[in-house]
Design a binder for this molecule. Structure first.
Ligand code: C2O
Ligand code: CU
Ligand code: CU
Length: 504
């Protein structure tokens, strides 16, 4: 197939206009959005993030991570001021193994306070990298813990008090992978980084006329969370992955501030879902569509042996953007709620690999009979009206906005807790709990979605839903330093939809 046909099929363009510079990536009409300019794209090569496996020093895996600023060519014709970890924008993929002791040496070379959180990890509260572990400019913070989590795809990102949204938007986030190559080999799961195992970190960004990131705290952006019309995979727009093999594992990772993705392939092909946030599922599921909220990850295996070029897309109509609210004014929200192409995949040169046939994966521990030490209710609330309008937020959990000096809940180590998540607000909220991988017991009394049937650390609580989650509190005690639980729409988190719990 020639390039021209690839473009046509991959982009779903049926006629006319394909030139060197075109605007295929978003068909969104962005005219209504003040301050947001409409970018031009060329096709780009897939960006495989640098892989950092740390250095073994005295029995520990040591990772040296520097928060830094830089400039990045994201748009075709302009550069953007960005921040990143050991690079100008975003971060290397950190790879580690269960049982290793890792030591993270995080140096803040930015001119602002930052914090770096290991999302999904079970670890002592002092090492968690939440807002209580702020790193001042030019200081180094060291976190050390033993990896207790199962093999999984995790997330590390800024968690600076009140600044998480804008710091992640500018680039402080990346993927962590806990790998178990022997287990993968046994199950026939692709596991060679950059050969048949690829991170697919999804982000949307908005830009202003001069090519800088557009991030603003308008009431609408606070309510909906920040969205953009430029879709990035591993920091690059409109890219083409030419996988080395015809059977690939994609580690789908929604690292967006607020966008919910409703993912499909352009030819609607089926893929195998093998893992949720916290690792492998008990069995694989053949799906054609998967929905990921901010913070969620899922691993899928895609068979490309027919060598057809395809495009990973998100389709409109799901998530907070699609909740048309009269009070939002204008139609900019619906302009951002469009079908977008995310990643083109061209397997024409890929080496043929054996099909994936395994359906039984791992056995997860049976928690159906564990004793629940504590049941808690979590009401995710948005107060509308004056409190919201005039700056103080109005985003709360159980009526309380995040306060660094208030411990909202106290749990006991080595016990199980059952949390009932309620959403009486007018939007969907992805709820996240630190220091644990939970199981979703049910959604409104029904079975959870396939991608929620394993270990999870984020679960979407749609408007008016009730979801029950069950989790172990872990082995670590600390009377003073709390962990966080919060909405993973980063603007909601920054606006106060977050609470703190200690494990004692
Ligand atoms: Cu992904 Cu509290 O964070
Ligand atoms: Cu987290
Ligand atoms: Cu929220």
């Amino acid at each position: 197939m020639n390039r021209r046909n690839f473009l046509r099929q991959g982009l779903g363009i049926t006629s006319g206009l394909i030139t060197a510079a075109y605007v295929p990536f978003t068909l969104a009409e962005t005219a209504g959005q003040t301050g947001i300019s409409k970018p031009n794209y060329y096709l780009n090569d897939f960006n495989l993030p640098a892989l950092d496996e740390g250095q073994t020093i005295q029995g520990k895996q040591v990772f040296k991570l520097a928060l830094q600023q830089g400039e990045t060519r994201i748009l075709a014709d302009k550069t953007t001021k960005t921040i990143g970890i050991n690079q100008d924008f975003l971060a290397p993929v950190l790879r580690m193994k269960k049982g290793q002791v890792v030591r993270m040496e995080v140096t803040n070379n930015l001119s602002e306070t930052a914090a770096l959180h290991w999302h999904g990890m079970v670890l002592p509260a002092s090492e968690d990298g939440g807002p209580h572990q702020a790193i001042q400019p030019s200081k180094t913070w060291v976190a050390e813990w033993k990896i207790l989590n199962e093999a999984s795809t995790l997330f590390y990102h800024s968690h600076t008090h009140n600044q998480t949204g804008q710091q992640v938007w500018r680039g402080l986030g990346g993927q962590m992978q806990i790998v178990d190559e022997d287990q993968d080999a046994e199950l026939g799961i692709p596991h060679e980084y950059g050969i048949d195992d690829y991170p697919v970190i999804l982000m949307d960004r908005a830009f202003d006329e001069s090519g800088e990131f557009y991030y603003s705290n308008t009431r609408m952006n606070k309510m909906l969370g920040m969205h953009g019309d430029v879709m990035l995979v591993n920091g690059v727009a409109n890219s083409v992955l030419k996988p080395k093999k015809t059977l690939v594992r994609l580690r789908l990772h929604n690292a967006s501030n607020a966008r919910f993705y409703d993912l499909v392939f352009s030819d609607n092909r089926a893929f195998q879902l093998i893992a949720s946030d916290g690792g492998l599922l008990e069995r694989s599921y053949s799906l054609r569509q998967i929905r990921l909220a901010p913070g969620e990850r899922a691993e899928i295996i895609v068979d490309l042996s027919d060598r057809k070029p395809i495009t990973l897309k998100t389709i409109k109509g799901y998530g907070n953007l699609s909740m048309r609210m009269g009070m939002m004014g204008g139609n900019s929200a619906s302009d951002l709620d469009q079908d977008f192409n995310l990643l083109h995949i061209d397997p024409s040169q890929s080496e043929r690999s054996a099909a994936f046939k395994t359906t039984q994966l791992v056995t997860l521990p049976d928690w159906s009979k564990v004793e629940v030490a504590q049941t808690r209710q979590m009401n995710l609330e948005m107060q509308m009206g004056p409190r919201m309008m005039f700056g103080s937020g109005g985003f709360t959990i159980n009526g309380q906005a995040m306060n660094m000096n208030v411990i909202n809940e106290v749990a006991h180590a080595n016990t199980f807790e059952l949390w009932e998540l309620h959403n009486p607000s007018m939007m969907h909220h992805p709820f996240h709990v630190h220091n644990t991988q939970f199981r979703v017991l049910d959604r409104n009394g029904q079975a959870p979605y396939p991608w929620e049937r394993g270990y999870k650390d984020v679960v979407t609580v749609h408007k008016d839903e009730t979801i029950r989650i069950l989790f172990p509190t872990g082995p670590y005690r600390d009377e003073l330093i709390p962990y966080m639980y919060h909405c993973h729409i980063l603007e909601h988190e920054d606006a106060g939809m977050m609470g703190q719990f200690t494990v004692v």
